[in-house]
Unconditional design. Sequence first.
Length: 474
Amino acid sequence: MTSLQEPTTAAEAGDADTGPPPTLVVLGAAGDLSARLLLPGLAGLVSRRKVNVSLVGSDRADWDDDRWRDRVQQAFASEVEPAPEAATFARTTRYVRADVTDPKDLDRLLRACSSGPVILYFALPPAVTEQACRALTGLPVPPDTRLVMEKPFGSDTASADKLNQVLTRLVPEDQIYRVDHYLGMSTVLNILGLRYTNRMLESVLDSTHVASVDIFLDESLALEGRAGYYDNAGALVDMLQSHALHVLSFLAMEPPSTIGSQDVRDGAAAVLRATRVRGNDPVGSSRRARYTAGRVGGRMLPSYADEEGVDPARRTETLAELVVEVNTWRWAGVPFQLRAGKALRKLDKRVVITFKEPNWVPEGLLGYERPDRMHIGLDPEVLRFDFNVNGPADPRTVERVGMGVNLEPGDLPAYGQVLAGVLAGDPTLSVRGDQAVQTWRIVEPVLRAWRDDAVPLQEYEAGSDGPTTMPRIG
C-alpha cells in the first residue's frame, strides 16, 4: 500500500511551467533539525521527484558556502540512487550568515533570494521562530512568500492565537505551513483511504461498534542531546499535543467531500473542536512518568534526571498518557487513549481500535476471551486484524488468529512528503491556525494539573514497557 497522496511532479513542486522556481531558505541551517530531517527529506524530493527549487542556508554560525554545501552533500549521500541533478543542486546552493531576529539581516536575506516565490523554513526553536516572525512584520515581505514552522506552535492557547495574528499580517493563512511530520507518514495518510474506500470498515467505525481507541507513540530513543528543548516541553507537549491529537483528527473526522486541503482540514478541525479531556477530569484522565537508569537495546542509559542539560527540579515527564473524548454523533462515549514515551523497550507507534464484545456468545461455544482489534502501525508500517474463529480441532472452541500485511512505505520520508506539499503550494499536510489553537485548548487543563502536582510523577526503568503501576486509565 502506498501513500494516499499522488507523487508531485517537478512542475507542480517547482512551478517550472509557470515561472521561476521557488527559493527554499532554511533558517537554522547549522542546526540538528536541518541535518537530521529537513535536508534528507529535500534530497529525496530532488532525487526521486526531480523538483525544481533553489536552496539557501542561513544561520548565525560563521559558515561559508563550502561548509554549507558539504552538509547538503552529506544529506544527498544517503540516497540509494542519487539523481544526476543532486550534484548540481549541492554545488549551486548558497549560505547567508544572518541573525533572523534582526530585521536588517532578514531584509538582506530576502533580497538575496531569486525572483521566484520565497519559502522561509524556520528550523529553529519555537521562541526564536516567534521573534523572527515579529521582526518580519516591519519588512516588505513578498506577497507570495510561504512560511514554514516547526512545533510546538506557541506555548498555550493565548500565545498560539497571538502568533496566528502576527503571521496572517504577513501572508494569508493558506501560505502558512505549521509542520507536523506525522501527517506526512504514509500510514497516517492511508487512514483516509482505509476508512473511506472500504465500506466494510467504515460501517463499524463508530460508537455502536467501537469500545476504545488507543494511539501509541512509544520510542526506544532517549533524550539524545535535546535537553535544551525537551526539558522545557516534556512528552505531553512534544508528542501528544503536537502529534497524537492530529493523528486522532484524521482518524475521527467525518468523510470529506474531497481530499483537497480545505475539506480535509475542515474535517480535522471539527474533530479537534469536539475533543476534550474525558469527563473534564484532567487528574483522573492523565498519567505522567519519567525514566530511570536502564538498558535499551544493549545501550546503558542514565536516568533522565542525570542527563546532560536536564534540570531535575522541573520534573519533566518522559512518558505521558491522556484519555480524551470526541463529542460527536459518531464517537460519543468512546475513550481515546493517547500515550507517548521515551526510552521504552521498543519502537511502537500505532493506532489500536478495540471493538465491542459480541452481543451474545452462544452457550457451548468455548474459548472466547478478547474482542476483535484492528492495528494500524505507523512505525513500523503494518496493518493487522485480531479476531476469533473456530479452532481446527474442535468446532466448539474458538481461537485467536491474526491477519496482517506489511504496508509499503511511501516513496518519500515524512519530511519529504511535507516539503512536497510546501513546494507545490498545497497546505493539506500542514496544521491550520485554528487547529493549533484547539490542541492547546485540549491539553491546557492537564498542564495546569501537572504544574500543581495534582498528578504524581511516576518512574519507569529505561528499556521497560513503562510504569508497572500505570494501568489503563479512563
